[in-house]
Write a protein that binds this ligand. Structure first.
Ligand SMILES: *Cc1c(COP(=O)(O)O)cnc(C)c1O
Length: 501
């Protein structure tokens, strides 16, 4: 019996081992802070010291090592003081599904490697399509590793359609339209696809931060006049910073008029598909040609879980290749590899399936609604707090603020706020994000934990203020010190030099 492979012979070791690792993780779930503030300098030597050419003495030793190199200093997204990036606490049924997925090790590329796995994924794709408002019989899609890959595939399909309509020599004249707040994966995709270096045209935004329809119309007309081809318009449903949702219906009208593919990047806002109170914010998505939904953001799924859903399943043929050894043209069984950029692929769909079957779609939607409620509450608190500046009213669950007490200039606030953020990161007890909008530095809360009470978030604001005050006090001390040091430097050797510090 080989003790290192999961087979019937090692089933008892498997049960015992899983119980050990789940207990280990459970111990760390109670961490008092989202981070220990460990630095690269702290951790790199610990990781480098491990001799990978020789195994550890036993499982216990290996797990102790994992704790040292990773677990103890992991970043905990479920912690109420983690309000940084778009990372969610995870649905417990989905984590349990991970246990099944890893152990069975299904690959959903072909039917003969997955059986029911393929059908479960297809059913969830149809379900998501139904939520979008697509005709479920015509629509299709596939699970992907994330929004980045979903966006890439959406744009690949758009190119496929553009080339089919206009011929292969159009490649260098293809253009993609998106606002400057669209995700960077749009530009990256264009680069990967070998489009013209300036293929992605930034469409100006209006006062709401969403795509300006007048500007889009103007850009589309200019493209036509220059003899270029508008391959796709990317509408973002939930920008990463402000959560802004582009005016999808109006964009759909213009895209249709100009024969451009409409891709909706709902990596962030996709959770609204399950919202009982805010589904209307996604109005118009049923007119998209393709849509990105990141389940690992607002559906509370463990990384990775995302999908690209298309209105017309036939367009997925642009990524199909038939290999005799895998998915021959004559295959009679459903093979998801025909629709995917990946070949071997995790059965991530089971996580969403388990979540819908145990937690339920409405409860997931309500969790997203709750964090959006909380973002509004924090925004109102900030409106009343004169020490802070606050950006526009949140649309989804991000809130942008900057600490700028009386007497601090806008410019000084631009350097103070990133310093506050780094001071917090160094300590590890609070993690907030930072961003720059129109040249001004902001701090950002991204709220995805529905259990975090407003009082806790008020506490984080106080921590930000106290940290800011401390930094300002240190600056004032430095300024006081300056003339003293200047004097000391001028003094004859051996008298006051160096005393200042
Ligand atoms: C997060 C995000 C992406 C990228 O998704 P990944 O899953 O991180 O690859 C794309 N678009 C938007 C709007 C996002 O918020």
């Amino acid at each position: 019996m080989n003790p290192h492979l999961l087979t019937h012979d090692t089933a008892d070791d498997y049960v015992a081992g899983m119980s050990r690792v789940t207990r280990l993780v459970a111990q760390h779930l109670g961490a008092g802070a989202p981070s220990t503030g460990a630095t690269v300098a702290d951790l790199a030597p610990v990781v480098d010291a491990v001799d990978l050419d020789r195994p550890a003495a036993d499982l216990d030793t290996a797990l102790a090592e994992v704790t040292d190199v990773y677990l103890r200093d992991a970043i905990w997204f479920h912690h109420p003081s983690y309000v940084a990036h778009l990372n969610c606490p995870v649905a417990l049924p989905a984590v349990l599904a991970e246990g099944i997925i890893a152990a069975v090790n299904t690959s959903v590329d072909t039917w003969d490697q997955s059986a029911g796995g393929t059908l479960v994924e297809q059913r969830l794709v149809r379900w998501t399509a139904g939520r979008i408002g697509f005709d479920e019989d015509a629509a299709d899609g596939v699970f992907t590793s994330g929004g980045t890959q979903s966006n890439l595939q959406g744009l690949l399909l758009a190119r496929g359609e553009a080339v089919r309509a206009a011929g292969t020599d159009v490649q260098h004249r293809l253009r993609v339209l998106a606002t400057e707040h669209s995700h960077f994966s749009v530009i990256k995709s264009a680069r990967i696809m070998g489009l013209h270096p300036s293929a992605v045209i930034p469409v100006p935004t209006d006062a709401t931060g969403g795509m300006s329809l007048d500007a889009l119309r103007h850009e589309l007309e200019s493209i036509r006049e220059r003899g270029e081809v508008a391959m796709a318009v990317v509408a973002t449903a939930g920008t990463t910073d402000l959560g802004v949702i582009d005016p999808i219906s109006g964009i759909a009208d213009l895209a249709e008029e100009h024969g451009a593919w409409l891709h909706v990047d709902a990596a962030y806002g996709g959770g609204l598909l399950l919202s009982l109170r805010r589904r209307h914010l996604l109005e118009g998505v049923e007119r998209a040609d393709s849509m990105t939904v990141d389940f690992h953001k607002t559906f509370f799924q463990p990384v990775s879980s995302s999908a690209l859903i298309v209105r017309d399943g036939a367009t997925l043929a642009h990524v199909t290749h038939h290999a005799d050894y895998l998915n021959p043209r004559t295959a009679v069984t459903p093979n998801q590899v025909d629709k995917s950029l990946q070949t071997t692929r995790r059965f991530d769909a089971l996580k969403l399936w388990m979540t819908l079957r145990v937690t339920g779609a409405d409860a997931v939607g309500e969790m997203f609604d709750e964090v959006i409620d909380r973002a509004h509450q924090v925004w109102e608190v900030l409106l009343d707090d004169e020490r802070f500046e606050v950006a526009a009213e949140p649309v989804l669950s991000t809130v942008l603020m900057r600490y700028r007490p009386e007497g601090v200039s806008a410019q000084d606030a631009d350097s103070l706020n990133p310093r506050i953020r780094h001071a917090l990161l160094d300590r590890g007890d609070v993690m907030v994000a930072g961003t720059v909008i129109d040249g001004r530095a902001w701090l950002k809360f991204t709220l995805l934990n529905p259990q975090t009470p407003l009082a806790h978030l008020r506490g984080i604001l106080e921590t930000i203020a106290a940290t800011g005050d401390q930094l300002l006090a240190e600056d004032a001390m430095d300024e006081l010190r300056l003339p003293f040091e200047t004097l000391a430097a001028r003094a004859p050797q051996g008298t006051g030099a160096g005393v200042a510090r």
